[in-house]
Design a protein around this ligand. Sequence first.
Ligand SMILES: *[C@@H]1O[C@H](CO)[C@@H](O)[C@H](O)[C@H]1NC(C)=O
Ligand SMILES: *[C@@H]1O[C@H](CO)[C@@H](O)[C@H](O)[C@H]1NC(C)=O
Ligand SMILES: *[C@@H]1O[C@H](CO)[C@@H](O)[C@H](O)[C@H]1NC(C)=O
Ligand SMILES: *[C@@H]1O[C@H](CO)[C@@H](O)[C@H](O)[C@H]1NC(C)=O
Ligand SMILES: *[C@@H]1O[C@H](CO)[C@@H](O)[C@H](O)[C@H]1NC(C)=O
Ligand SMILES: *[C@@H]1O[C@H](CO)[C@@H](O)[C@H](O)[C@H]1NC(C)=O
Ligand SMILES: *[C@@H]1O[C@H](CO)[C@@H](O)[C@H](O)[C@H]1NC(C)=O
Ligand SMILES: *[C@@H]1O[C@H](CO)[C@@H](O)[C@H](O)[C@H]1NC(C)=O
Ligand SMILES: *[C@@H]1O[C@H](CO)[C@@H](O)[C@H](O)[C@H]1NC(C)=O
Ligand SMILES: *[C@@H]1O[C@H](CO)[C@@H](O)[C@H](O)[C@H]1NC(C)=O
Ligand SMILES: *[C@@H]1O[C@H](CO)[C@@H](O)[C@H](O)[C@H]1NC(C)=O
Length: 773
Amino acid sequence: MEPIKVYLLQLFTLFLAVAVLSSATALESAERSSFIIHMDHSLMPLVFSNQEQWYLNAMSNLKSMNHPNPHRHQSQPKLLYTYRHAIHGFSAMLSTNELEYLKKLPGFLSAYKDKVGTLDTTYTYKFLQLNHADGLWPASDFGNDVIVGVIDTGVWPESPSYRDGGMPKVPSRWKGRCAGGDSEDFNSSLCNKKLIGVRYFYQGILAANGGNGEQNKFTARDGKGHGTHISSIIAGNYVKQASFFGYGTGTARGIAPKARLAIYKVSWEEQDPYESDVVAGIDQALADGVDIISLSLGFSGASLYEDPVAIASFSAMQQNVFVSCSAGNDGEFGIGSLHNGIPWSLTVAASSTDRRFCGTLCLGNGVNLNGWTLFPARAVIKDSPLIYNKSISACFPVELLDKLSGGIVICNVSKFSAFLAQMSSVSKSRVKAAIFVSSDPQIFEEASFEYPGVVISPSDAAQVIKYALTSYQPSASIQFQKTCLHSKRAPGVASYSSRGPAPSFPQILKPDLMAPGTQVLAAWNPTKPVASIGFNIQLSSDFNLASGTSMACPHVSGVAALLKGAHPEWSPAAIRSAMVTTANPLDNTGNPIQDIGFNNTIATPLSMGAGEVSPNSALNPGLIYNATTEDYINLLCSTNYTWKQIKIITRSNYSCSNASSDMNYPSFIALYNNTTKNVLKQRFQRTVTNVGNGAAIYKAQVTAPKGSAVTVYPEILVFGKKYEEQSYVLTIQYNANQNKTITFGSIVWVEVDGKHIVRSPIAVAPMIEVCCG
Ligand SMILES: *[C@@H]1O[C@H](CO)[C@@H](O)[C@H](O)[C@H]1NC(C)=O
Ligand SMILES: *[C@@H]1O[C@H](CO)[C@@H](O)[C@H](O)[C@H]1NC(C)=O
Ligand SMILES: *[C@@H]1O[C@H](CO)[C@@H](O)[C@H](O)[C@H]1NC(C)=O
Ligand SMILES: *[C@@H]1O[C@H](CO)[C@@H](O)[C@H](O)[C@H]1NC(C)=O
Ligand SMILES: *[C@@H]1O[C@H](CO)[C@@H](O)[C@H](O)[C@H]1NC(C)=O
Ligand SMILES: *[C@@H]1O[C@H](CO)[C@@H](O)[C@H](O)[C@H]1NC(C)=O
Ligand SMILES: *[C@@H]1O[C@H](CO)[C@@H](O)[C@H](O)[C@H]1NC(C)=O
Ligand SMILES: *[C@@H]1O[C@H](CO)[C@@H](O)[C@H](O)[C@H]1NC(C)=O
Ligand SMILES: *[C@@H]1O[C@H](CO)[C@@H](O)[C@H](O)[C@H]1NC(C)=O
Ligand SMILES: *[C@@H]1O[C@H](CO)[C@@H](O)[C@H](O)[C@H]1NC(C)=O
Ligand SMILES: *[C@@H]1O[C@H](CO)[C@@H](O)[C@H](O)[C@H]1NC(C)=O
């Protein structure tokens, strides 16, 4: 049997609790808080030989401003980090007076308080689903020598996913280090040819917690499991017989099994990540020479010029580093709930997969049904009485259930919340097992099973109830730890996945695409309980199921690593374009992908972007929509941002002579926000590069959004050779007033006598309340 470790809760200790406790000294520094300060490097006085000297000098001037108090220790302003690559500037603990002083320095651009971001996992439940052996991810050996930087909660280095069997030596261009901290907790010998770099950043969280903490307790070890899960999804090595307590058993592997991992821990146990630490992690990753950055976290509600992910990933893009980020898990708030809607990065939504974890329900009359379950043990419920009583079918409260003499009870579930209450009362009762009747998708996305039971659909329930009510001594058995494949209508947009348009930049269609995020099996912190049986038995495992856009993003980071390995010459925009234009808008029934969060109606591009990522097709996309740094600057110039705000992002002397709100993006969105009956018209210009081998002819196929008219000129593009570029203009005519509806279509460039199909989604959507400039 697979290695399951059982811990009793009372004996369970978390030996890696981080000592960031506030104490009396917090009073002193309460007057100060941490700020991110953006500076113009070109204005550094010549007396300083580097930026750090410049900032330290400014900080020491601040210290002499403070009147020393001889009677007690007085806290001082403190430099947290100097940033060189991700942004230009630093972070520091400052009082408002001290900040006012800094604002007068030459080269000062802006300062704002350190922000807290969110890790994009659905916290409700950790019981999630494996997805590795899926058709969408062929077991590819690409990704060799591509280095992926993961900015998250650290790593559990002993996990078998980080073994380096079969890995060639570390690329010589790698400049990073294995600096995981205290050698007893994170010995540098734990790094190898798979796990090539490890760093950790805690100045921001330490400052936020009063500035004191036992610094030697900080290490890069993952106390949560989140970062371990993400990095093993991207590039975990092969691990045989991996499973979640017998569910999804198989050989686990990352999307790019030969890629290298560099881990930057910026998020600490029990707390959300601080911007100052996140920027420090990205800064180091860029200095170390990563090729891809994977960010399963985000800062909601920030303008691009105050969003650390946006600013740092601009710098990454300029250095040819591809950045993939999660869209967020705020799907319940509907459209406009997305974060990381950054024009120069890729934003990933989450989908379901076609794998379900199940148990077999065998009725006494010989009928067998599959039900959904995750009960974490090899238990069998055998020939027990089957009980259905309409007046207790709510299975709540316990007293009602305790009137029954054991057996398997049938519970009618209304919603996910009711399911949790029923599971709890069933667990406390004398009932042996439960059959829950429900089709609420949230149960399949997030449920845990601490008591034996299965969830069956209302249509299957009809015959089970009929049997229970009409037979003499009805009985049933349940077997657990089954895995059911090929479930129909997959992928679907996960209900938790955040929806576009992007509040910080609605003019670019976000999310870009979708990848599996629901119940993904990957490595975890093996000391952390991930399942329970009843109320006393806590279970932990080397592998865990987790759901969220956090799990979707690393799939795409892995695909990007494969593409980078196959096409080292491609720019980040080319890699993005290849994935977007080949994404699949259809599910496994050949029909349009549905949105689980919107009653299984057809998903719009605001939920899933272009569709589900399709790695094999992305390797050979035919045409790409490329972009240069200037294109993004021209886009920024079209906003009402101030010169300083744009400079914070670009960190360079730029000119706004070619401002344009239209850039060469592989998708289209037209926004309306008018109560008039006007017809609006938006014109888009695009240039595509032929990356196929040799001459090719493409013909446009347009599906206009309902109620809109779309024209394309020219309708045929002729390419004489590889890397030739051709341009076209697409115009959308649409109504100004569509009463909050989202309509959508596509333009597909179909190769004549060839196999390439280059598809871009077109969306017409309401302008959302602008959150942030
Ligand atoms: C770190 O690992 C090396 C090599 O395995 C070993 O010699 C050393 O004792 C370890 N240090 C600690 C503090 O465990
Ligand atoms: C159903 O449950 C109710 C309430 O506990 C009880 O009064 C009734 O006798 C039960 N019906 C059957 C058929 O057991
Ligand atoms: C379950 O409850 C719903 C409404 O709450 C009701 O319409 C349905 O008939 C019930 N099903 C069973 C099998 O009791
Ligand atoms: C895309 O643009 C970049 C930057 O101008 C360039 O280096 C690259 O060769 C172009 N083409 C591809 C396929 O990336
Ligand atoms: C889904 O359908 C239910 C009942 O038909 C309705 O109450 C709910 O508002 C719908 N939800 C969405 C997101 O359309
Ligand atoms: C920045 O650009 C302006 C005009 O566009 C020019 O006057 C100035 O010298 C430039 N500064 C640097 C440092 O290149
Ligand atoms: C603006 O566009 C023109 C024409 O394409 C080009 O020559 C010029 O260099 C561009 N200026 C900037 C600042 O990008
Ligand atoms: C709203 O209508 C006005 C006048 O008809 C037009 O100028 C403006 O661009 C429209 N706004 C949007 C967001 O479409
Ligand atoms: C817009 O939709 C709402 C809800 O569907 C409806 O009540 C309202 O009448 C509609 N307004 C217009 C102008 O169509
Ligand atoms: C429409 O746009 C204006 C500014 O152009 C903005 O103030 C307003 O909030 C928008 N209304 C809606 C409903 O998005
Ligand atoms: C830009 O416009 C938005 C809303 O239209 C506003 O909230 C924001 O303050 C403006 N920014 C600047 C720098 O003027």
